[in-house]
Design a protein around this ligand. Sequence first.
Ligand code: ADP
Length: 464
Amino acid sequence: MSIRLRLTLWYSVILAITLFFFSALLYTVFDRTLRLDVDASLEERADDITRAVRVRGDISFFPRRVTLPRTEAFAAPTLYVQLVDLNGQVAERSESLADASLPVDATILESARAGEATHTTMEIRGRHVRLYTAPVVMGETVVGIVQVGRSLEVTEATLGRLRSIMLGSSLVILIITGGAGWLLAHTALRPIDRITHEAHEIGQAQHLSRRLKLHPHPDEIGRLVHTFNDMLERIELSFAAQRRFVSDASHELRTPLTTIRGNIEMLRRNGHLDPLDREESLGDIASETDRMARLLNGLLALARADAGRHIELSSVNVTQVASEAFRQMQIVAADKVIELRFLDGGLPHAATQSRGNADSLKELFLILLDNAIKYTPPGGSVDVRVGRKGRWITVGVTDTGMGIAAEDLPRIFDRFYRSASARTQDGTGLGLAIARWIVDEHSGRISVESTPGKGTSFAVCLPV
Ligand code: ADP
């Protein structure tokens, strides 16, 4: 069932219930008022008749000492009057009754004799009649009984008309408002139809650069359009990044493969190759294989990160991990001065305790140290400093190398990004992307400052 139909149905059902209760209340009040009016008019008429009864001498039974009024004077075609003695015998009755008489049953008689008036409804000749029976009291004595009845035909006809009007008008109201509700729901939901249609087209044609047409109002629909467009933008960016990643990866892998293949062809063709050339070829193959292995390791790490893999964290001492990475890189630093310093004159061991993963943090420091050594010319220096700043453990790697041009700075953490000047050195362009992922996983921060030709400084902050 469509939302439009459901909304209209809900709306109509609620309106129908409201109309029903309202009509029922109105009808009950009206019905009661009409019946009370009838009762009041009967009582009034009975009082008039009682006042017209005259007594001669002693008060006794009808008809001897009591002069009865002419009932006809009080009656009307739909108003019946009857006077009864205390034995229940009819003494007078109006012509409107014709040959019928108003019923005087034992209970009515009993109540009247006891001086109590009663209201009853009964059927006389197929008509509902409201009957009022009251004692005729002279002094303190009940001398007879007066009965006034009125046909309820008019009252019932009025109530019947009211019922028809209420039912008819309720139906008309329901039809009109149901139709209006249906139109309103249609108008309110039209933008949703449009969004569905446009989103379907975008999905079918895979036009991720397309956006939904903006909604003119900042309402629920407007927010939906915004959210959807934001989502499209993110999907588009991530698709583009994914595509770039795959194309960059295949491109990066093709270069070493071509070199390896070229060297193998050469070795194959020249059976009697100079041992030196042969050694050089094999060396090329070995280094390209190493490069491919590094590239694949990097790709694997990033692919796992993309797939949502998280690094397992436990307690780790950053000083210890940084020292290990330092010792490992000291061997390859060769002609560069490399130094490890602890700020504040050496920190207590516990001051650099963090929640982290020793292997990943070591990999992070190795990437930074490897870059610093790689991009610093012979004779330069590389400085590693471990310290603390408030709730942060800081590790800085500063070199006096070639530096990074301002336009390259914002992009060096991108996958496969290598500045033009860095291409003379061996590298994959994945190191800093992996470094940033490791820092993110440790809820830390990494920043870089550099002056081209003077040197670069990377700073890593990890929470204590
Ligand atoms: P790779 O070093 O394999 O090229 P990275 O992701 O580690 O890849 O570094 C990306 C780029 O950032 C490098 O190609 C280089 O241009 C620049 N870079 C990183 N570290 C330094 C540094 N210490 N000095 C100068 N440039 C650097």
